[in-house]
Write a protein that binds this ligand. Sequence first.
Ligand code: PGA
Ligand code: ZN
Length: 420
Amino acid sequence: MSTVIEDMIARKVFNARGNETIEVDIITNSGFGRASAPAGESRGKAEVVYYPQGDVDQAMKRAEELIAPEIVGLNADFQEEIDRTLHEIDGSKDFRVIGGNTAFAISLANAEAAANSLGLLLFQYLGGYIAHKLPYPLGNVISGGKHTRGESPDIQEFLTLPYGAESFFESANANVQIHARTGAALRKKDKLFSGGRSDEGAWVANVSNLDAFEILVKTCEEVSDELGFECGLGIDVAASSLWNEKEKAYVYEREGKRRDPGEQLEFILQLIRKYHLVYVEDPMHEEDFEGFAEITKKAKNCLICGDDLFVTNNERLSRGIKKHSANAVIIKVNQVGTLTDAWETIELAKKNKYIPVMSHRSGDTCDWHIAHLAVAFQCPVIKTGIVEGTRIAKVNELIRIEDFLADRAKMANLQILQEG
Ligand code: PGA
Ligand code: ZN
């Protein structure tokens, strides 16, 4: 029996920043799916356009008038056809006509509706029987850069990756412990610290990059010792936010330093060595494929991940693969529009031994679909924060999936971090 789409409803809701976003319901003859789109703050330049002329109302109008008549009547089981139809209706390269976030919400709602119509969970529907591995949660502990206002470190995110854990629950618990201890340590360091947190639920404190590293190294070590497994340290430099094109330098305002590309490269390599970083995202600005490659060549046992560099885009990832720019890629479906686009990028990544890192956005909703996508598409890492409602929505969904899989649940393979 085919799963016929009987109705598509678009509505305006809010994301956790209080900004308007689009949510879509897909109703089939035997099921239902719903998805809402997130938004980034430190976006890559090559991401698709979220809404036509930045206007959610315009996106809603086009969803009703242009898209719904084409989508209703199609078979929800044929995800590629739905996604292709969205591209055809739009006609541009970057979804500027219907909006990438509109495409995202329809694409995800459709996948959910197809799964629901078959009586399956989304990860089962997309990944089948072989999807039984849980990703390691990469969690944001201290925020800086564009994700904060006022005094904070220049580096955007200080992260933990409990890659030695034997279950998802244990690894999520490790992140929660590290987050809590870090909060207590920040209180000691910054007398004016009032427990403020960023959109991603990470601490915002008036500390330097160096302070943040020193605190996090200690809390990670303590929690690793107590729980008996490795909790690694990572960063998202979001270097495009630091890069000044005119000066050809990375400007670290808080530190009062300017680093030319060569100095930036050395600085990052030093950080990797000194703090045994296992994960570094966007260490160089989004057009510096060569600088990325230098770091990837020299860094040992460390994921060098492109976010703004690749923007989940197949062509940009191909360029990076040719130049050996990285060994990991962030997957944010709304950077590229549809599930099929993101899936193709994941496939390309895996074929070339790049680790796909499924990721939230800083302005997210309680939508939990990325938890299922990480399991279905076998992404060894999911970047989705530690605390805060829209992050916990994903973390708790992964706990449910682990519970559902019972004895079949295994943690993903992250051997790359243990190779010599
Ligand atoms: P976002 O960035 O604000 O664009 O979601 C998060 C990130 O850089 O990983
Ligand atoms: Zn990033």
